[in-house]
Design a protein around this ligand. Structure first.
Ligand code: CA
Length: 228
């Protein structure tokens, strides 16, 4: 899988043609059909790229883009602007979009822009081993599953991503800022409490005694460290 793409577009035909093409190229695609839904998904789920139409019901693509940046997200945004609206391009880039393609666009051109933006996206550490055992926990990174004593552990998507990041950086002290940036895609210093809440939840699910964690350790004043 090359990456997760959020495609915010209200025209069904375009959703389908572009979505199919993206999936064929190896991307996972999530859709939103209006500005409100687009903003919600963009700020609640992790994406490597957001393709955002300007003309949307409920909230314009510009407002969505602005809102995403105001929320501190650094996910690359590719805007789809209307033909002839040169001002659209300028406004889009001013409020934090990374690039734009004018409608009607050539599919190859769109894919080239997508690829270029994905290369610029924050680099994700490659999954090393496909699986890891610690204590009574087995984590299958490829299948995104975890079991405890052979029984499935119910982890949210974000919890799994956090766990994956810990596993891929085991032994290293990870600051809350780094975790926020790498796991949530947020710029530093915002919502650091979010990290603590998710760490607490992971400990509940994975540690024998969440108050005396053996694996997800607190490094006083610095952050967290995963030991396995
Ligand atoms: Ca539209």
């Amino acid at each position: 899988m090359l990456g997760n793409v959020l495609f915010v577009e209200d025209e069904e035909a375009l959703q389908m043609t572009v979505g199919d093409r993206l999936r064929k190229e190896g991307y996972a695609v999530e859709y939103a059909s209006n500005g409100d839904e687009g903003f919600e998904k963009a700020t609640q789920l992790p994406f490597d790229l957001i393709i955002l139409d300007v003309m949307l019901p409920k909230r314009s693509g510009f407002d969505v883009c602005k809102g995403i940046r105001e929320a501190g997200l650094i996910t690359p945004i590719l805007m789809l602007t209307a033909h002839g609206q040169t001002s659209d391009k300028v406004s889009g880039l001013k409020i934090g979009a990374d690039d734009y393609v004018t409608k009607p666009f050539n599919m190859l051109e769109l894919m080239a822009r997508v690829e270029a933006l994905m290369r610029r996206a924050p680099i994700r550490p490659p999954a090393q081993a496909g699986a890891l055992d610690f204590g009574s926990i087995h984590v299958n990174l490829v299948g995104t599953e975890a079991t405890r004593d052979g029984k499935p552990v119910n982890l949210s998507a974000r919890e799994f991503q956090l766990l994956r990041y810990f596993i891929e950086h085991r032994g290293a002290t990870l600051s809350r800022d780094e975790l926020l940036r790498q796991v949530w895609g947020y710029s530093a210093n915002m919502y650091t409490r979010t990290v603590d809440v998710h760490v607490a939840s992971l400990r509940q699910k994975l540690e024998d005694d969440p108050k005396q964690p053996q694996f997800i350790l607190t490094v006083q004043g610095l952050g967290y460290k995963f030991k396995a």
